[in-house]
Design a protein around this ligand. Sequence first.
Ligand code: AMP
Length: 110
Amino acid sequence: MKDCIFCRIIKGEIPKQFDFESDVLVVFPDINPSADIHLLIVPKQHIEAIESIEKEHARLLFEVYQTVSSLVAKNNLKDNFYRVVVNGGKAQHVPHLHFHLLGGQWKKMV
Ligand code: AMP
């Protein structure tokens, strides 16, 4: 999608260091972190929101949570509090489905 900021990041039009990249998703730090660790897991495909998820996205969602699981291990979050947040409706500011992984000290609500 032309004006979507996450699509522009994925296409390399906006420079961004990825913590992880696979054929279907990228991971990068949130620009305005709400916790000590605040990573965004973003599918490469432009899926607008939770309501746009279809059966064909099942493998992608599995990979998202597998990635979360390895990020939890990599950042030593397993024995601490962590959350995975998906905003929707008016709480969602970027209209491209993404998953917030928040860990460590919580600063504010995403
Ligand atoms: P949401 O309200 O769930 O749509 O969250 C969008 C998130 O994207 C916010 O936490 C923003 O801080 C984050 N964000 C927006 N633009 C960028 C960017 N260029 N790089 C990293 N994070 C961003």
